[in-house]
Design a protein around this ligand. Structure first.
Ligand code: B16
Ligand code: MG
Length: 217
């Protein structure tokens, strides 16, 4: 089969953004400024280190490198306390069905996530073994919107980038997929993700016929 799929994790397969929000909000509280859900939108698809920079900009706070390192560790510890309580009930609607469809069509899929916790999260929800490979925050040197994460994904799939379909919920992720010359599918707000080749609200809207049509494009 000459078509393959690359899935983003947070916002496509699971909603871990709500746990990132709790941990970042706790940090902002400690530093004495307000961090809202709207602020949290800015962190979606963005690496952990870059997220902290954005957060400190919001609070107009500057910290030493050593302090930032400590904060990144404690933020992740708090985040992990939520992640380790996750289960299969937190898989987003349509995700398992879509994986079943891909299995039936003989289409392989890998993960392409910015998260360094991606493998753990997939294990928590019981999907880890279904993926042909995992590309995550530990495998890349350049974060989305750089196409690196997806180009490594194409290598794992042993496919040309143009034959890879990317499911993404973040602007930076759609941009990365487009830069990689892959088929980009935006999951979420169509206006926000207008750069995507196709748009859907969630994975329940992805039909077998749609996937088949992409296979023959
Ligand atoms: P971690 P994705 C991203 O996941 C999240 O959307 C983003 O908010 C987070 O900062 C990033 O992972 C890094 O996560 O702290 O676990 O390494 O959407 O690329 O799957
Ligand atoms: Mg995402």
């Amino acid at each position: 089969n000459k078509t393959g799929v690359i899935f983003d994790l947070d916002g496509v397969i699971v909603d871990t953004a709500k746990y990132h929000f709790l941990a970042w909000k706790h940090l902002a509280d400690t530093l004495g400024f307000e961090f809202t859900e709207a602020h949290n939108e800015l962190l979606k698809g963005v690496s952990r280190v870059r997220s902290l920079e954005i957060l400190l900009d919001i609070g107009q706070i500057s910290l030493s490198e050593a302090r930032k390192q400590d904060i990144l560790i404690s933020k992740n510890e708090e985040y992990l306390s939520y992640i380790t309580k996750m289960g299969a009930d937190e898989i987003l609607p349509g995700a398992e069905n879509l994986l079943d469809t891909l299995d039936q069509l003989g289409i392989k899929y890998v993960l392409g996530s910015a998260s360094k916790n991606a493998s753990l999260i997939l294990k928590q929800v019981g999907l880890f073994n279904r993926f042909t490979g995992i590309v995550d925050g530990n495998s890349v040197s350049k974060a989305k919107p750089d196409p690196e994460v997806f180009l490594i994904g194409a290598k794992l799939l042993q496919l040309a980038p143009k034959n890879c379909i990317v499911f993404e919920d973040a602007i930076a992720g759609v941009e990365a997929a487009n830069k990689a010359h892959m088929i980009s599918i935006g999951i979420g707000d169509k206006k926000t993700l207008h750069q995507a080749d196709y748009n859907f609200n969630d994975l329940t809207e992805i039909s077998t016929d749609f996937i088949k049509a992409l296979m023959n494009h």
